[in-house]
Structures are given as C-alpha cells and as structure tokens.
Design a binder for this molecule. Structure first.
Ligand code: AMP
Ligand code: MG
Length: 405
C-alpha cells in the first residue's frame, strides 16, 4: 500500500504561488511573510466612551470634590478633522474616535455626569489611561502574518484591518471529479430498475473541498471509452488533478482501465488493502499538452472515500502548503474483529473516550460489515480502524491504530 501512496504523492508538485484577493483567500496558505503596511491602531484613539482630558487637570477629582470642565467638542468615531484640547476644557469622545492633541487620558462616562455643556468628573485617572496608542497593536513594517500561515477568519480580519486587498498564497489545486458508470443517475431524477444514484461524485468533491482544494464535479459518463476520453479532453485543461471513480476492477466494461491502460497513461495496480484494492494513477495528456495528474479510484463508495483518505488527501494538501490534518490515535477495540490475511484493512469505527477526562484514552467500536458498499456505516463512522496486513484477528480490548475522520 505504501508503494502506491508514494506513486500518488509523486504526482503532486511543490506548492505554487499566486496573488489573489484577500477576500477569496480563506483556507489558503501564505508563501511569504506579510508585513503591516500601516500601524494599528492608525492613530491614538479612545478605548472608552467618555471625555478626553489632561490627566493633571483632574488629578484631584473625587466623589466628594469633583472637577468641572467645559465640554468644547463632541468627537464621535469617524471624525476626521484634527482637534486640539485647550487647557481647562474637555472633549466628549466615543470609543474608537481620535484623541485630540493635548489630551493624555480618557475619563469613562460612568464616573461623570455625562453632560455635554459642563461635565462633572468624580474620579482621577493616570496619564495614558483608556487611550489606544497608534501602533500599539502592530507598527507599520512589522511582520503581520508569517509565511506558511493558513488564512482563517482572524487572519482575514487582520488583512482587512491593515487595508491589504491582495495576498500571495499557494494556489488551491483545481480538482475535477469524474464518475463513471452506465448505471448512474443524477439525484433528483427518477430511477429505473437497475439504476442507482451517483454518489461518489458529490462525496469525492466534498472530500477534496474539505481538504482545501477548489473541487468541481463534472457530470459522469457512461461506460464508453470514446465518451470517457472525450470528457477527459474537455476537463483536463482546467484541472490540476483529475479523480475518477469506478471502472477499474476486473470485470468487463471497465471504462477507465480500458481507456487509459493500453496507452500507459495510467498504471493500474492491485493494492493489498480492503476496501480499495483496484487503484490506478498517472498523467493524462490534455489537448493543450499538459500532463495532468489523474488518480483512478474504485467505484464502490466506501472504497472510493477510503482510497481518497489513504492516497490523496495528504499529498493534495501538501501541494497547497497545508499540513497533514488527520490525527492518528491508539484506541481500545470494543469488539472482536477479523481481517483478511495479507490485506491492510480499514474498518469503519466510532470513537469514544474510555475515560471522559483522559485526552488519550480512546475506545473504538467497529461498525458495519467490511463490504465496501455500506455507505450508511461510513456516514456514521468518525474513524477508520487501520489493521495491518499480517493481522487476521484482533480481540476486544486490544489497542489498535485509528485515523480520526
Ligand atoms: P465499478 O468499479 O465501476 O465496477 O463499480 C463498483 C460498484 O460501485 C458498483 O456497484 C457501482 O454501481 C458502484 N459505483 C460506481 N461508481 C459509483 C458512483 N459514482 N456512485 C455510486 N456508486 C457507484
Ligand atoms: Mg462501473
């Protein structure tokens, strides 16, 4: 299995670099450090609703002996003129409004009578209190976001606060998912006897999207070699990775195999694993001459998704600068299992904490039969139990390797 993992991983190159609007950068990874083009805050501003004052002028203010100052200005947030506080006066000021030149503290409205003509102040504050000084969060030129950062909501917020509209990031790979099978019908249309709804396409598209890619699902094709190659020709110029499902096993009408084996574009192998034995990967020559990585997954839904997890997810993420994100833990098996000799098995499981407060004390319950059409149990599982090829039975209570989904 690890051989095929290596071959698939080798299809992917190192992360590239692209400039995109910051508003579209969620989930991408920065390729270079981003420095602050301006300081934050950009100007001294008030941290409170209150009055801008000179601290020494109200130093004696107490409940019993308040200080009264005439209110010379009203400064809401958003005032853009530069004001100066004259000695012996106060300015009413709101949170986020620029502190006038000459003021060195803000008195919260709560310790005043809140008036707008002459304000009565009942408490002193030291100089500097309740003023957010320019550059105190980040100074212009300082590193704001390191290289290799995955841009999440806080980073998107920081970029906007800094006025940055474009960022250089590793591009999301364009993954095109193509299902094959003459029995497949798009959900939403009536089924005839012998037909099934196409589920691998939406599932693998979701998986690739969740892994961080820019994934699209194109309409499946029937098991016709000419139609299949025509579809590949249509999609391959706009794809960084093509994922197909179905048509790779040992029967007749194996369209993917029939279309791609003879030319040597894709090498088909039998991987000693369950589910997911028939696998293939290679490069498809697009009409414009690009050699587009293609991974051909088996058609059974559980095989398809497990194969995505095992072969594609991590190298796909790496090619976008994203770290591996599936955690592996040891968990105590809750019931006996059998495993086919000579095949690495990935069973669906449900994880729990054997000790509620113990971060590592996991237990895992195998669910559903091993056969690879049981989508229901896959949908209920939150873990894959990874049983080594040379193990044919594991009894309850034994610690096993588990991939958290
Ligand atoms: P195949 O590998 O094409 O022989 O398909 C193996 C099994 O998976 C068959 O039962 C197919 O009907 C089923 N299958 C293949 N592709 C899909 C798909 N896109 N959605 C749902 N089931 C599929
Ligand atoms: Mg098929």
């Amino acid at each position: 299995m690890s051989d095929h993992q290596t071959v698939v991983a080798a299809l992917f190159g190192a992360p590239g670099s692209v400039r995109i609007p910051a508003t579209q950068a969620l989930g991408t990874v920065t390729v270079a450090e981003i420095a602050a083009p301006l300081g934050l805050p950009g100007f001294d501003n008030s941290a409170m609703d209150g009055y801008a004052v000179r601290a020494d002028e109200i130093a004696s203010a107490t409940d019993g002996s308040p200080v009264r100052l005439p209110v010379a200005e009203d400064i809401p947030a958003g005032r853009t003129d530069r004001l100066t506080l004259q000695p012996g006066t106060a300015h009413r000021i709101m949170t986020g409004a620029p502190v006038p030149v000459g003021a060195d503290a803000v008195i919260p409205v709560e310790v005043t009578d809140g008036r707008v003509d002459i304000v009565t102040i009942r408490s002193a504050v030291p100089a500097g209190r309740h003023i957010r000084t320019a550059g105190s969060d980040i100074a212009a030129g300082e590193p704001a976001i390191p290289a290799g950062t995955r841009l999440g909501a806080p980073q998107i917020g920081l970029l906007a606060a800094l006025g940055i509209t474009e960022v250089t990031v590793a591009p999301r790979l364009r993954v095109v998912v193509l299902s094959t099978g003459s029995e497949l019908v798009t959900p939403g249309t009536p089924l005839q006897y012998g037909q099934i709804y196409e589920s691998n396409g939406p599932m693998l598209t979701a998986a690739a999207t969740e892994a961080g890619a820019d994934a699209t699902h194109v309409h499946f094709v029937t098991d016709d070699v000419g139609a299949f190659r025509a579809r590949l020709d249509e999609i391959s110029d706009d794809a960084d990775l093509i994922i197909t499902s179905g048509g790779v096993s040992a029967g007749a009408f194996e369209v993917v195999k029939d279309a791609l084996a003879a030319s040597g574009e894709v090498e088909f192998v039998k991987v000693a694993m369950q589910p997911g034995m028939p696998q293939g990967c290679g490069r498809y020559a697009s009409p414009s001459g690009r050699a587009v990585p293609i991974v051909t997954l088996p058609g059974n839904p559980v095989s398809s998704l497990v194969s995505f997890e095992v072969f594609i997810r991590t190298p796909l993420r790496a090619a976008m600068g994203l770290p591996p994100d599936r955690r592996r833990v040891h968990a105590h098996l809750e019931s006996d299992i059998r495993s086919p000799a000579g095949k690495r098995q990935f069973l669906r499981g449900v994880l729990s904490r054997s000790e509620p407060d113990d971060a590592e004390g996991f237990a895992v319950k195998p669910i559903g039969p091993p056969a690879s059409h049981h989508l229901r149990y896959l949908a209920r599982a939150d873990a894959l139990i990874d049983i080594a090829a040379d193990v044919d039975a594991v009894s309850a209570g034994t610690p096993v390797d588990v991939i958290m989904l």
